[in-house]
Design a protein around this ligand. Structure first.
Ligand code: GDP
Length: 179
């Protein structure tokens, strides 16, 4: 069964996004407390694919050893990744490109792991600001990448971007069946 992994910094809105995508509030509980999702969770969607919820990385207030454990965990997941089709790296649309996110994308690229970017919390910015922030990402990523990775603009509180992400996953699943 194909897997799609969701990952990002703690508090980026991953639980909320997963709740939106699954529309089952009980599946992934939103935590007001950053750094709470510590273990890998698999959610079987439509008996077709797994949504893999990976621990948040880079939260400043967890201990160094906790960070190391997360990192090891994440690295091991991607090293095995037999069923992984693509990863979704979540970034908060409000922030300028952050080194920890850029480094993680770089690492994925170096290891040949396909990924898309999911911008979260789009309801917090005006359309023009969204455009500018996406542009900032493009400019930085295009310094090291030949093209901008696939990306999605989402808001879990305003239900934005859900269909786009799900349709993308469906299209990848359909391609795999044809292959
Ligand atoms: P996680 O730590 O990455 O799983 O993040 P959560 O889903 O727990 O969200 C962290 C905080 O951001 C919570 O206070 C959420 O209510 C808030 N949040 C998440 N998604 C959105 C969104 O799309 N819009 C807004 N305005 N807030 C959001």
């Amino acid at each position: 069964i194909p897997e799609y992994a969701f990952i990002g910094r703690s508090n980026v809105g991953k639980s909320s996004l997963i709740n939106m995508l699954t529309s089952r509030k009980s599946l992934a509980k939103t935590s007001g407390r950053p750094g709470k999702t510590q273990l890998i969770n698999h959610f079987l969607i439509n008996e077709e694919w797994y949504l893999v919820d990976l621990p948040g990385y880079g939260y400043a207030k967890v201990s160094k050893s906790a960070k190391k454990t997360f990192q090891k965990f994440i690295t091991q997941y991607f090293a095995l990744r037999e069923q992984l089709v693509t990863g979704f790296v979540l970034v908060d649309i409000r922030h300028k490109p952050q080194p920890v996110d850029l480094e993680f994308m770089q690492w994925l690229g170096e290891n040949g792991i396909p990924f898309s970017i999911i911008f979260t919390k789009a309801d917090k910015l005006k359309p023009k600001a969204i455009e500018n922030h996406v542009e900032d990402y493009k400019n930085i990523l295009l310094e090291t990448w030949e093209e901008m990775p696939n990306y999605f603009i989402t808001s879990s509180s305003k239900d934005i971007g859900k269909e786009e992400v799900l349709e993308y996953i469906d299209s990848l699943n359909a391609n795999m069946v044809l292959d």
